[in-house]
Design a protein around this ligand. Structure first.
Ligand SMILES: [Zn+2]
Length: 503
């Protein structure tokens, strides 16, 4: 989910030219201004680099702690509920990974949280390094484009080609997206292809990777061309309140994105087909019916061409309502575990988590856009000339906006993570209550961890900045310990369930 959120936030808030004294500054940046700008750029880099290195050290130290975290395996017999459902999983647009084939834990004993392997710890450590590098580059690359004068030159080219104001903005944004995609390519290739292969997390061919990259880039270009000009246009119309109007416009945009992505975008990358295991499909539909989700269709999607990770989700509204399972999930989990995963996803659906997410993203967007407005005006006052900006909200400030968004997203991540972890926890609770198959939930999570090279007990700093889901170790423990029905306590989500004769 967070990936989607990130990309949505990256797309939506744009800036624009603004009002304020549009332009005493010349469009073309004189050479001495370039030098001055480079100086500012260096001192900025000098500040941010040590900071990021510090983060890295702390995050890596967390990893050492994880190594010892899980030796304890408490033994406690399960009350053998061999029911037929179980679940876990990840949120609709989020991607979880798994693989799995070992049968973790004994059938009825308490499931052990496995110690992470050396390979898993290496994956964790290098993942932290990549995460930090991504944040650094997310600031440095756009700043380099802005302070080198490239952005101002792009705007001049865009003005020539675009001819009219909105055309100029669209041409600029398309050029910018293309350039940024090319600059990002080496890291994307390493993180998305080389690294995943080296850890055995995928068997994706290079052709498929390249095809997915191209489709993704094309979609981004189209989205920016169709919608990217809107905030800039609003800035010109209302330099003081554009951020408010842009936030309002963003809400239906987000809603449409959430609705359209699984139905029209996802099939561009992978093949969807009706579920082949009809017996399992029947069980899933029965579970959906018990959860109050009627009239769904079940699809399986061929994700094994891309990844060994697993996922499933429930999405759509009305006629588009659908339950989707990755084929990797079907191959690696048994039926009870799959049903547990599905009931977690159904929990998201039934508890209307999508609407909470939409509300959270929309609220965050207003805050971010307001901060953008203030920041852009301050930056324009200090170095608008060096950047070749005609106004604080000039389209040539797009790289500055991108860098600011990276920083704002980083600062907002801990808040988002707390929110996201809480709804994930509630979806787990929903799954446990409806299935009462604590054991299958725990073993499903163990498979997620081992096959996904997960770290079950990451350190607090990792959890603070990066964990959109509760750590797997906590989820495994919760799956085994949460049994309110055994103590005669009420179920939190009982009102959502249809009555079953066997419960
Ligand atoms: Zn989830």
């Amino acid at each position: 989910m967070k990936n989607v959120v990130d990309s949505v936030l990256t797309i939506a808030p744009a800036n624009t030219r603004g009002s304020v004294s549009a332009s005493e500054e010349s469009t073309i940046r004189p050479r001495n201004q370039t030098i001055k700008a480079s100086g500012r750029f260096s001192s900025f880099a000098g500040m941010i680099l040590p900071l990021c290195l510090g983060f890295y050290q702390i995050l890596v130290v967390d990893e050492a702690r994880a190594k010892d975290a899980d030796k304890t395996a408490v033994i406690r017999p399960t009350n053998g509920n061999e029911g037929e459902k179980t679940a876990i999983a990840r949120p609709t647009i989020t991607a979880t990974s798994i693989n799995g084939s070992d049968e973790p834990g004994s059938l009825d004993g308490r499931v052990e949280v496995p110690r992470p392997s050396e390979r898993a710890l290496s994956y964790y450590r290098s993942g932290n390094a990549l995460w930090i590098l991504g944040r650094i580059l997310g600031v440095l690359i756009p700043c380099a484009i802005a302070f080198s004068g490239v952005s101002a030159r792009l705007r001049i080219i865009a003005t020539r080609i675009g001819r009219f104001p909105i055309g100029e903005i669209i041409v600029y944004l398309v050029l910018y997206v293309v350039i940024l995609s090319i600059l990002d390519l080496p890291l994307d290739y390493y993180a998305g292809y080389v690294r995943e292969h080296s850890y055995g997390l995928t068997r994706q061919t290079f052709a498929k990777w390249a095809s997915d990259q191209s489709i993704g880039a094309a979609i981004t270009v189209v989205v920016f061309a169709l919608f990217g000009w809107v905030p800039f246009w609003l800035m010109r119309r209302s330099p003081h309140r554009w951020w408010l109007y842009a936030g309002l416009v963003a809400i239906p945009f987000y809603a449409a994105t959430i609705l359209v992505e699984p139905i029209w975008i996802a099939p561009l990358f992978n093949t969807f087909r009706p579920m082949r295991d009809k017996a399992l499909e029947t069980k899933i539909l029965a579970l959906a019916s018990e959860a109050g989700i009627e009239g769904s269709r079940v699809f399986e999607v061929e994700k094994s061409v891309d990844t060994n990770k697993v996922n499933a989700y429930v999405t759509g509204i009305g006629a588009t309502k659908r339950i989707v399972l990755w084929d990797t999930l079907l191959k690696r989990l048994d039926d009870r575990e799959i049903l547990f995963v599905m009931s977690h996803e159904m929990g998201h659906y039934v508890l209307h988590h999508m609407f909470y997410i939409l509300a959270a993203i929309s609220s965050g967007t207003f805050v971010i856009l307001f901060l953008l407005d203030c920041s852009l005006k301050a930056i324009y006052r200090r170095c608008g000339g060096a950047l070749g900006l005609r106004s604080p909200l000039d389209v040539a400030a797009t790289p500055i906006i991108a860098a600011l968004l990276t920083v704002f997203n980083l600062l907002g991540a801990p808040i988002w993570n707390v929110f996201s972890r809480s709804i994930e926890h509630e979806a787990d609770r929903f799954a446990i209550e409806i299935t009462r198959d604590n054991h299958a939930g725990a073993t499903a999570f163990v498979k997620l961890q081992s096959e996904n090279l997960g770290n079950p007990r990451p350190g607090p700093l990792y959890k603070f900045w990066r964990s959109s889901h509760p750590p797997i170790g906590e989820r495994i423990d919760f799956c085994q310990d949460y049994r309110p029905w055994e103590n005669g306590e009420p179920l939190v989500y009982k009102t959502y369930f249809r009555e079953r004769s066997d419960k």
